[in-house]
Design a protein around this ligand. Sequence first.
Ligand code: S3P
Length: 441
Amino acid sequence: MTLVSHPVRALRGAVRAPGDKSCSHRALIFGALAEGRSRFAGLLEGDDVRRTAAAMQALGAELEQSGPGDWAVRGVGAAGFRTPAGPIDFGNSGTGARLIMGALAGFDLEADLQGDESLSSRPMARVLDPLRRMGAVSEPADADRLPFRLRGRSTLSAIDYAPAQASAQVKSAILIAGLRAEGATSATEAKPTRDHTERMLRGFGVEVSVRRTDAGDTITVEGGQKLSAIETALPGDPSSAAFLTAAAIISPAGEVLIERLMSNDRRDGFYQAAAAMGAHIGAEEAGEAAGERLIDLTAAAGALRGVALPERLVPSMIDEFPILAVLAAFAEGETVVSGAEELRVKESDRVTATVDMLRACGVEAEERPDGFVVQGCGGPPPGGGLVETRHDHRIAMSALVLGTAAEAPVAIDDASMIATSYPDFADHMRALGADIRHGAP
Ligand code: S3P
């Protein structure tokens, strides 16, 4: 399905941010492991999270939806996960795949795991290596890419592990498996990554300790801990809200309010970068949800200037580089991104996909092995291109945002992947005044 985004004068209005994808996966997985019935409000109903819901059912949990975003999960508790009747298909979801591998590794079961073409090209050894060291077995034994079979074991060995990548998915898989191991399992991360697993596990009654050392943060869980069911709302997703924020900032008379957004310093790199580039961003406290602070965020048009992005911000905006590149295209001067080689193994090779997106819209940009450089247009870029989305939801949404304020419309070849993380994206954008239409470019 192609979509075309036509330039508009102003994006204005208020939107409730969609539920956070990372927290929604974790809520379902922890709810499924817990004893008792958990209830969640504001759960993201994107395809990725639906895959995780289906996986939890296949492993023995009972799920029930009572309204939009309202879900109840009866966990397996002491009975534990069971061998699923058929293969578990994670679709496009790296988070679902990696976290669930950690979750099922600690049970006596076997599961055939698979994903779509994009997910099947992404590295899984980063999770399988520590899980194999703990006692899980993959078939083939040295599997790295989906599909493969994973055989869990109820007698996992605890490990101390320092993942080679700054990855919350790897850290989380190790800690979740560690809950079923004998003894204390630790993951040490040199650079802090999103900490929703740690926060949410505590909400489910699990003790999680964090020790700061010279090598970084060491996060430890003691094996054998039980999870108890909870009732909670989920916070709004800062990664999805970044698209609305950017649309307001590049709009000639933009002003957008995004309600109930998660504010977590492991996730706010994009907002820090946007402010450093000259965007007007404000925040008001809006309570809390699932152990996360909430804010109502305002974003308004501002004259943007390019930046050399500090590498320390990379993990806290790892999903926001395509949309940061859109801001860079409107800015005066050069924007340089480095230290972001992980972008090469996301839903697409996001370095190449981002640079090609900008070039298709008449913006000068160049790849680097670990990032990219954008020559800003100091105002609206030409637009007028057809952007190849490469099965990547964030490239699709970034290109449509660019089109709202470019000189000519921007088309994307395939909008279907947007449903993986933000099914209401086009509706929310239209409610703010965007002119996004179906049809040929
Ligand atoms: C996620 C971690 C990040 C991020 C992904 C969600 C998570 O991946 O890109 O969208 O929920 O833990 P990595 O751990 O591979 O950096």
